[in-house]
Design a protein around this ligand. Structure first.
Ligand SMILES: [Zn+2]
Length: 426
């Protein structure tokens, strides 16, 4: 159900119905989120005082799809075209081409960027490649078309669709390779950093879509201080994940020199195996860091090269420590490792989208529900609660190298652990 709060008295019933339908048209504000009419009005740029009729009129004028195209021109025998198609349900298509039109060959990188009018939100794509002129055998033209979906587009649609414009930054070189991993990481970091600084509330309202790093993927990570796939710009943490999706997260006052990271230790891996069996990635692929997410939440992100970044924040120094809402030692690590278990099995973009926006942790008491009916935080809470449910067992039997779990007090979540977690079945 969609609930509008605000100047409800001023809204006649018929207006309310069509307003609700109009907002729904953009897949915004998924139920049961409570939104205010003022919030919608502000997104639309409506003036105060807010009238429902005015908001409705403006909503109806908002397109469900943005299709923006620009030619790419250079001062040499190289040109092309980029198009960005963004839709209110969060899906997008980034397509275009570059072509060598004369004698020389080129390496190029283009960064089509869609900005909203107010500088509050932008989406960036990265496309790179080589095109060959008559001097060298090879393809004269490089085409690309990438589809995807990003939750940020859906969430920001009203702001975004109002005044969106496309700009294209481009670089080219007659020889050599452009767009090394370091170049692209730096360019993207600048882009996101700038958005974070100019954005309202200091939150990064930027996303990078369709950025296939291509040939650059095999290069060593150019920021030695940071875990592979992580860079930082203007206090914003960027993670270059699989499929080269680059999520941006505000991570507090992060500074490169303060980031610490290490793989899961042998001891921790042995501990985890007692709960997860053989279903986690190898311990070398599980990288613990002291980075913390919004609201100091620990979070997991699929990283580069098949790694999983477990960002523990304050828990990093002692991941087994008893802290916060957890009642047993090791419970926080079990919770976060459940996210690794999920991330290993879910497509990266799905996982990332759900993880960042999901805030329901409470799984409820109905243990007859199928495992797949729970959100990622609910699943992680099921596993950490199951782990912490029998303190006597934890203090005794569980400490043995191969604990006998039949000695653990029966728990309503037992079947989720056996049939899903330990079996590796989602
Ligand atoms: Zn969690």
């Amino acid at each position: 159900m969609l609930i509008l709060v605000g100047r409800a008295r001023a809204i006649k019933k018929y207006a309310m119905t069509s307003l609700t339908q109009s907002i729904r048209r953009f897949h915004l504000y998924a139920p049961p989120r409570v939104i205010s009419l003022r919030e919608v009005a502000d997104s639309l740029g409506a003036e105060r005082p807010v009238s429902a009729r005015d908001v409705l009129r403006r909503l109806d004028a908002v397109p469900g799809e943005l299709r923006l195209a620009e030619p790419v021109t250079t001062d040499t025998a190289l040109g092309g075209r980029v198009e960005m198609v963004l839709r209110s349900d969060g899906t997008y298509t980034s397509n275009g081409h570059m072509r060598a039109t004369g004698f020389p060959s080129f390496a190029f990188v283009v960064y089509p960027t869609v900005d909203d009018g107010g500088g509050r939100f932008r989406a960036l794509a990265v496309h790179q490649g080589r095109v060959f002129g008559t001097d060298t055998p090879g393809d004269r033209q490089k085409n690309w078309s990438e589809d995807g979906r990003n939750e940020d587009i859906r969430q920001n649609w009203l702001t975004f669709a109002r005044d969106a414009r496309l700009t294209v930054r481009k670089e080219w070189e007659v020889s050599g390779v452009l767009g090394t991993l370091g170049d692209i990481a730096t360019a993207v970091a600048q882009f996101v950093g700038a958005a974070a600084v100019t954005g309202s509330g200091g939150t990064a309202a930027a996303l990078v879509i369709g950025s296939r790093l291509g040939e650059a993927a095999g290069e060593p990570w150019p920021f030695p201080q940071l875990p592979v796939g992580v860079t930082i710009a203007s206090g914003v943490l960027l993670v270059f994940g699989p499929a080269a999706i680059v999520p941006a997260l505000a991570a507090g006052a992060v500074a490169e020199a303060l980031v610490e990271h290490r793989p899961l230790s042998e001891e921790e891996a042995a501990f985890a195996a007692k709960v997860f069996g053989p279903t986690l990635p190898s311990r070398e692929q599980i990288i613990l860091t002291n980075i913390s997410g919004l609201d100091n939440r620990a979070f997991v992100i699929p990283g580069a090269g098949g790694s999983y970044l477990v960002n523990l924040g304050e828990h990093f120094d002692d991941p087994m420590a008893l802290k916060g809402r957890y009642t047993q030692r090791g419970q926080v690590l079990i919770h976060e490792l459940t996210h690794v278990w999920q991330a290993k099995r879910w497509p990266a973009t799905t996982y990332f989208c759900q993880g960042v926006f999901e805030s329901t942790y409470e799984p409820g008491g109905d243990a007859s529900k199928p495992w797949s009916a729970y959100g990622i935080e609910q699943q992680a809470t099921i596993v950490d609660r199951w782990y912490g449910a029998d303190p006597g067992f934890l203090a005794g039997e569980f400490q043995k190298p191969h604990p006998d779990f039949t000695r653990k007090a029966a728990h309503p979540f037992d079947h989720y652990i056996n049939a899903h977690i330990r079996a590796g079945i989602t």
